[in-house]
Design a protein around this ligand. Structure first.
Ligand SMILES: CC(C)(COP(=O)(O)OP(=O)(O)OC[C@H]1O[C@@H](n2cnc3c(N)ncnc32)[C@H](O)[C@@H]1OP(=O)(O)O)[C@@H](O)C(=O)NCCC(=O)NCCS
Length: 152
């Protein structure tokens, strides 16, 4: 049976274990956050982290946050990560996670609320999930920039 739940501060140890079980090496950017740090992250109610579990083991997660827009009234919910383990794909879990993220954002955010995410133009699975869940593709010309990690 699939269960989908939003995590809070008391779920920090579970979050650490779930992320460790789910994330393949190419999704990791160094060591995962500690349980203490996850507790602080999950205690911030504007950060949304939702885990999908099947038969008591994690099968996917979605994460993102709500922030105020400075260009208009209301908030923007940004969906940052969406991941379903390869053995559990194409069973509707990705769509269910996006739906759960939207519901949580709707419960908490100031109106009007817009929701935003992005994915690679060649990521057919993710594009299908977003479009199936009501997102409209915005065909902007977009170049991504990254600042290297600052360690000092
Ligand atoms: C993207 C991802 C989360 C989709 O999860 P999922 O649980 O397989 O998605 P769902 O089962 O909910 O599928 C939703 C729809 O997408 C379609 N779909 C899934 N995989 C697809 C693929 N590889 N190509 C085309 N369509 C695909 C499904 O058929 C379904 O379509 P439908 O609504 O017409 O029935 C999963 O493939 C994944 O984790 N990929 C790696 C991480 C990633 O790329 N994340 C997104 C970028 S941040």
């Amino acid at each position: 049976m699939l269960t989908i739940k939003r995590l809070s501060g008391k779920d920090a140890a579970f979050a650490r274990t779930a992320l460790d079980a789910l994330l393949p090496p190419d999704w990791r950017d160094g060591p995962l956050p500690s349980v203490e740090r996850l507790k602080a992250i999950l205690s911030d109610r504007r950060i949304i982290i939702i885990i999908a579990e099947g038969d008591n083991s994690p099968v996917g997660y979605v994460s993102g946050q709500i922030a105020p827009s400075l260009c208009r009234e209301g908030d923007t919910a940004t969906l940052d990560d969406l991941f379903v383990s390869s053995a559990s794909r194409r069973r509707g879990i990705g769509k269910a996670l996006v739906r759960a993220f939207r519901s949580e954002a709707l419960m908490m955010a100031s109106r009007p609320l817009s929701m935003w995410s992005g994915t690679g133009a060649d990521n057919a699975a993710c594009r299908r999930v977003f479009e199936a869940e009501g997102a409209r593709a915005v065909d902007e010309t977009y170049k991504e920039y990254v600042w290297d990690v600052v360690t000092d």
